[in-house]
Ligand binder design. Structure first.
Ligand code: PA5
Length: 436
């Protein structure tokens, strides 16, 4: 693919080319199932051609909303959880500078936990700031964001009065149903719609992700263009020598069948940190069902080479690694020359941190392979919105295909309801009393 490179050389001693090729017929059939909507979960295939379906009108409306809100606030709070949170957080932390964007409003997140301290600290932080909020929930009934929204609304009503606070709230939810939709209609909040056929974890390229990203100063048009390029390339053929999302899926499937039940996605670039969190939800919620599924885990190297590294090198041999690498950093930082060499780093003088980082990757990949851990490698050309759009779409295709290969419906999440039922019973929510 144009801006993503996939390499499976370090998995070949575990998964042969013949084994990969033997999956071609299944993959051809499952590709047709995806494209024709004849596979499992076909009501939720809206993500498949979302980039090409995204209208200029929608993008213009996102950008004009961002321009209006920007005038009103210096802090923008995104309220949501799971698929209504992770994509925006991932894209913003991937594309913006590590310590926040200087140009746009500060971006905060709420409703992704139920911690008193977190929300109290957030309200304290917001006390002297001009705030706007975007509450995001497809179902419009999820408890965590509903609690955060009530807290924030109450806070804003006191700060601005009801009339003014209404103008500072944007809702992203279903077109018809849910408590949030009714509330938005009653209060006249500005609203964006999450398409019916796009599930939460596949929704980052809808207004769920687009508005927060635009608020963070990210070029959402470039993001969608990148995703569209990936959509075109990955739709065109299911040939495993050309479609790298399916080749990645085939490797994952075969490694899992050989007992490599954990995929540790490791990066050497902190900007990928939340991309890995987003991917864990995408893969875990899509594939982990019916007693099956790769357990998606993540590691930040070199940080975690000093904590998980021992386990990866020498612990239970039930994992494979996927390295998510960056082709090119935005900045180049060199190790400076100094008058003495008391720290013993003279041999690295003039070398860039990227040079050292690359050797750390090569050294650990070789060591882990020798220790019995195969690895797959994904390299993104650069840290840009266009490339990120490609990466998002690539992972969505790959996860959908892995789910289909293992015979599960990748687009539902029945397991998530179990904790909710227990929690509601414990909270005495009407309708969930013990025994009901
Ligand atoms: O992927 C999913 O469907 C879930 O993770 C949801 O995104 C999450 O539970 C939040 O749901 P909602 O957007 O309905 O509040």
């Amino acid at each position: 693919m144009t801006d993503i490179n996939f390499n499976d050389d370090n998995a070949k001693s575990f998964v042969s080319d013949q084994e990969i090729d033997s999956l071609q017929a299944d993959i051809d059939r499952l590709h047709i199932d995806l494209e024709s909507g004849t596979g499992q979960g076909s009501d939720y295939l809206g993500w498949l051609h979302l980039p090409s379906r995204t209208s200029t009108t929608l993008l213009d409306s996102i950008v004009s909303t961002q321009m209006e809100i920007k005038e009103q606030c210096d802090a923008f709070v995104c309220i949501g959880i799971g698929g209504s949170y992770l994509g925006a957080r991932a894209a913003i932390s991937f594309l913006n500078p590590a310590f926040g964007n200087q140009d746009g409003p500060e971006i905060y997140f709420a409703g992704q936990n139920i911690s008193s301290d977190y929300h109290a600290d957030l309200l304290n932080r917001l006390a002297d700031r001009e705030i706007c909020i975007n509450v995001i929930s497809k179902s419009g009934t999820t408890t965590e964001p509903a609690i955060a929204f009530r807290l924030l609304r109450n806070f804003m009503d006191k700060k601005y009065g009801r009339e003014e606070s209404r103008k500072r709230i944007v809702v992203t939810t279903d077109s018809q149903k849910g408590a949030l939709k009714s509330l938005a209609d009653e209060e006249g909040y500005k609203s964006f719609v999450i398409p019916d056929d796009v599930g939460g974890r596949f929704s980052v390229l809808t207004p769920v992700g687009l508005l927060p990203l635009a608020m963070a100063g990210i070029d959402v048009r470039a993001l969608i263009e990148g995703a569209l390029q990936a959509e075109n390339e990955l739709t065109e053929t299911s040939d495993l020598s050309k479609n790298i999302a399916y080749r990645y899926a085939a490797n994952r499937h075969l490694l899992y069948q050989k007992g490599k039940v954990i995929e540790l996605m490791a990066t050497f670039h902190p900007s990928f940190e939340y991309i890995l969190e987003w991917w864990k939800q995408l893969a875990g919620e899509s594939e982990g069902k019916n007693g099956r599924g790769i357990f998606p885990a993540s590691a930040q190297y070199t940080t975690d080479l000093h904590s998980l590294g021992q386990w990866v090198q020498d612990g239970n041999r039930n994992l494979f690694e996927t390295f998510l690498l960056m082709g090119k950093s935005i900045h180049s930082v060199e190790i400076p020359s100094v008058t003495d060499d008391k720290d013993g780093l003279g041999y690295l003088e003039g070398k860039s941190l990227d040079f050292v980082n690359e050797k750390a990757y090569k050294g650990s990949a070789a060591a882990h392979l020798e220790g019995g851990v195969p690895s797959l490698v994904l390299t993104l050309k650069e840290r840009s919105a266009h490339n990120l759009g490609q990466l998002i779409y690539f992972f969505e295709r790959a996860v959908a295909m892995t789910g289909y290969l293992s015979g599960v419906n990748p687009f539902d999440q029945p397991g998530v309801e179990f904790y909710k039922k227990n929690m509601f019973t414990l909270l005495n929510k009407p309708g969930y009393e013990k025994g009901k």
